[in-house]
Design a protein around this ligand. Sequence first.
Ligand code: CP3
Length: 338
Amino acid sequence: MSSFSDILHNTPPAHIPIWFMRQAGRVLPSYLKLRQQYSFMQLMQTPQLACDVTLLPINELNVDAAILFSDILVIPQALGLDLDFTEKGPVFENPLYKFDNPISVLKPNPEKLNFVYQAIDLIKNQKPNNIPLIGFCGGPLTVLLYMFEGLGTKSDFKNAERFIINNKQTTKQIVEIITEITLYYTKQQLIHGVDCFRLFESNCGNIPFSLYKELFLPSVKKVCDLVRSYNRKFLYFPKSIGLGITEITPDICDYLSIDWQTDIYSARKIVDKEINLEGNFDPRLLFGTKKTIQDEIKKYKQFSEENPLWIFNLGHGILPNTPFENAKLLVEEVKKLR
Ligand code: CP3
């Protein structure tokens, strides 16, 4: 058993399990080389290529888990939106904000997601036995924001935010449609054997938390219930949720991922004790010197002793141009911590 498998069975592992958000893309020289030959979409939608990329970081970074190489935006694609990944980020040809009746644009076709399950089958066959595979989907708010705005990474999602605030009823209906296909997608990933499941709500902070709680959190709970019904752990990453973490109850998730804005010791004091934590090294620190990185990791020593089931991760995705050597150093240092 690996440290990450131990965690999934509630056993305190010998060393701290570590993986990174965006561990396959962005820093791996082997990935960047593949990208000269294939587009991101080709890599993601060709099952054998997606399998190969999923497995790269296991050997090259020595992380303890593999995360499926895909994207949260395959759901809007399966709802009929035309998606392209450009230099500036994801772009939809017909973002929902352009339509008076956005619901009429949505044409769910779950079959469009089949390539993902084919990739999972290959990964399950080809990965080392002791390395768990993390399945994932996007959070309902994050997926909706991208569908609405259809812009790149710098988008501030103003149209979408104002729509949600002014059209609660229609928002609820769109969330229902996103949730239905997300549940189907999650279920298929579980059936095909992902070992745990993570929901990326990267834009949780884009609307007031009270509104998030009312319109979106019930949908997260449904995904959690489904994952638990397959006896797998559910990890939840509500980026920029702020003090909303105090309102996350054990019926929402098994693991709460803490972002880099939140001090992890403070988070531990206020998050329900039944929920384990994941996180939260600031990805910008990976641009520091070796000594900076080593000193920063030491700050987690006491935390690791007090929280034997903690999973080490970054507080958001690894940043573009992060020195590969520093990512490797981080893994080595974390494994020495206990
Ligand atoms: O973590 C992994 O290595 C697994 C694969 C994965 C990708 N995207 C691959 C990807 C995962 C888990 C995601 C999640 C994702 N996608 C999120 C949530 C996590 C987060 O970072 O907040 C979001 C918001 C997206 C949407 C998305 N996809 C954006 C905004 C972009 C463009 C900019 C960027 O972040 O790189 C993508 C493209 C994307 N998804 C790439 C990768 C490896 C880059 C594609 C390339 O190689 O050019």
